[in-house]
Ligand binder design. Structure first.
Ligand code: 0X9
Ligand code: ZN
Ligand code: ZN
Length: 261
């Protein structure tokens, strides 16, 4: 993706991506919703207006484009990228195991046919390399990294590659609990927040841990609806309510980041 930014200022920024995992369709729906909502409420919603006046928000709407396309055309349950490398007949690596954070030490597989294949080396996947390069290049302005997955209704933060607590653990937990409460206030959807390893499972090579260790303090992974009834096949009727409630949590995190600039 090529982009230009014409601006006389370098504002502090938030980076958000959706669709790291191909089959998590509610994730890509959310980034689209977020952009629509941001543009349509700027100027009327005081929080959105102040947020966009003070900060830039970089949105990567479909991180794993080839995988996403594959879920529409061939296999709805595909998770990984679609890269091909000689030496194996299997395609792709798990982009959320391919970042250079405790790479392939836990909760990841070195078998190219596994759904959690970590890749032949960190950042072997072009999608991961490009995002990592962008974040490295912009690290002085990036104040938050938010990545949207599904499903399980969790709000996770570092670490997942280890059970050690992040240096900012108590602040990250406090903000996550506040964001979960904001989310729940709309339709009563219950989220659990906590560090990845203890809350979902230990797994290395994730984007959240990598961004955090690079210095992006407010690093969060959302696991959107539901808790397993429909799983990745979340019905269309739940897209709008899921996006609306998730907006409240993302805005809560953004407000906290803004307050601490
Ligand atoms: O396993 C993952 O990558 C995420 N769960 S999912 O069901 N969407 O695949 C959780 C990621 C939590 N963070 C890290 N493992 N770093
Ligand atoms: Zn995922
Ligand atoms: Zn709305």
């Amino acid at each position: 993706t090529h982009l230009m930014k014409l601006s006389d200022s370098t504002k502090p920024a938030i980076f958000m991506d959706c669709g790291i995992h191909a089959r998590e369709w509610i994730s890509t729906a959310f980034c689209q919703w977020f952009v629509k909502e941001a543009l349509s409420t700027y100027g009327s919603d005081s929080q959105m207006t102040s947020l966009l006046d003070q900060m830039d928000v970089f949105v990567l709407p479909v991180f794993n484009i080839d995988g996403y396309d594959f879920t529409h055309k061939s296999n709805r349950m595909w998770r990984k990228t679609r890269s091909k490398r000689s030496g194996s007949s299997c395609y792709g690596a798990d982009p959320n195991r391919n970042f250079n954070a405790g790479w392939c030490t836990v909760g990841a597989s070195s078998n190219p046919c596994s759904d959690t294949f970590c890749g032949h080396q960190p950042e072997s996947e072009i999608e991961v390399k490009n995002v990592a390069d962008f974040i490295r290049r912009n690290k002085s302005i990036l104040k938050a990294y938010i990545t949207i997955h599904s499903y399980s209704q969790l709000l996770l933060f570092p670490y997942s590659y280890s059970f050690s607590l992040a240096a900012d653990h108590s602040e990250l937990l406090k903000v996550a609990d506040g964001a979960s409460a904001a989310l729940r206030s709309l339709y009563g959807t219950r989220y659990t927040s906590g560090p990845g390893a203890a809350t979902i499972y230990p797994a290395a090579g994730g984007s959240d841990d990598w961004a955090y260790d690079l210095g992006v303090k407010y690093s969060y992974t959302f696991e959107l609806r539901d808790t397993g009834r429909y799983g990745f096949l979340l019905p269309e009727s739940q897209i709008e309510p899921t996006c609306e409630e998730t907006m409240l949590a993302v805005k809560y995190i953004a407000a906290h980041v803004q307050k601490n600039l």
